[in-house]
Design a protein around this ligand. Structure first.
Ligand code: HEM
Ligand code: HEM
Length: 178
């Protein structure tokens, strides 16, 4: 039975974790920036990072479905296993919903959003007049994602430090116990 995730899953997990962290930090910084060229550039990078998350999600789901389904660790209760599965499901759902709400926010801006001179995001949803609603949903979902990630990291620490089982090593190669 394989005791770790596939290499492709591990690479996608850590690439997406880094991109999501950068998107989250930049998004939070944007909140406090006054309109101007710095804000426009920051928003452009934020949009590219966020669209990157969206683009990597499908390959990730395919890698997940094609890769090994790991058995519960010895000593893990049914409830612990269910809780972990629910948290992972929530993370996958939020990795979809956060960028989609961001995209809806950008597509409902008053004017097209320029992305670093590379392209302009059009604003076909401007007529709905719901930009504030989408922005609120994007912020709420992004904060929820942060919250679940914090719990996820605490769970990893619990496995690595207290339980000392093989769970952390399934995704963190240098902790892997053969
Ligand atoms: C995982 C991906 C993403 C994360 C973690 C994220 C996170 C955030 C955060 C924390 C904010 C600040 C919340 C606020 O106060 O409004 C924000 C704002 C924003 N994000 Fe994202 N975002 C992501 C993806 C995207 C995508 C894909 C788009 C568009 C294509 C986008 C467009 C925006 C826009 C337009 C704002 C509002 C900026 C403003 O005008 O204040 N985001 N994002
Ligand atoms: C934005 C940040 C992150 C997201 C969205 C995320 C998401 C996920 C998801 C969805 C899984 C389940 C993989 C599967 O389907 O089997 C997973 C597994 C895992 N993640 Fe993360 N993760 C993030 C950050 C982190 C960080 C910072 C750590 C460690 C400090 C970590 C440690 C792990 C470990 C150890 C597993 C394997 C759990 C197992 O095999 O049961 N993750 N992560």
């Amino acid at each position: 039975m394989p005791a770790r995730h596939s290499t492709l899953q591990i690479v996608l997990h850590w690439t997406m974790a880094a991109v999501i962290a950068a998107a989250w930090l930049l998004g939070s910084l944007l909140e406090d920036l006054a309109r101007g060229p710095d804000r426009a550039a920051g928003l452009g990078v934020h949009v590219l990072l966020g669209l990157g998350v969206l683009a990597l999600l499908l390959p990730r789901l395919i890698a997940r479905l094609a890769g090994p389904t790991l058995p519960p660790e010895p000593g893990e209760t049914r409830w612990e296993h269910r809780l972990a599965a629910a948290a992972h499901l929530a993370l996958y759902a939020l990795m979809l919903l956060v960028p989609l709400a961001g995209l809806a926010t950008a597509l409902s801006a008053r004017a097209p959003v320029p992305v670093l001179g590379l392209f302009d995001l059009p604003n076909p949803l401007a007529g709905l007049g719901q930009r504030k609603l989408f922005e609120g949903a994007h912020e709420l979902l992004a904060n929820l994602l942060l919250g679940v990630v914090v719990l996820h990291v605490l769970a990893t620490l619990y496995h690595a430090v207290i339980r000392r089982d093989g769970v952390a090593g399934r995704m963190i190669p240098w902790l892997h116990q053969p």
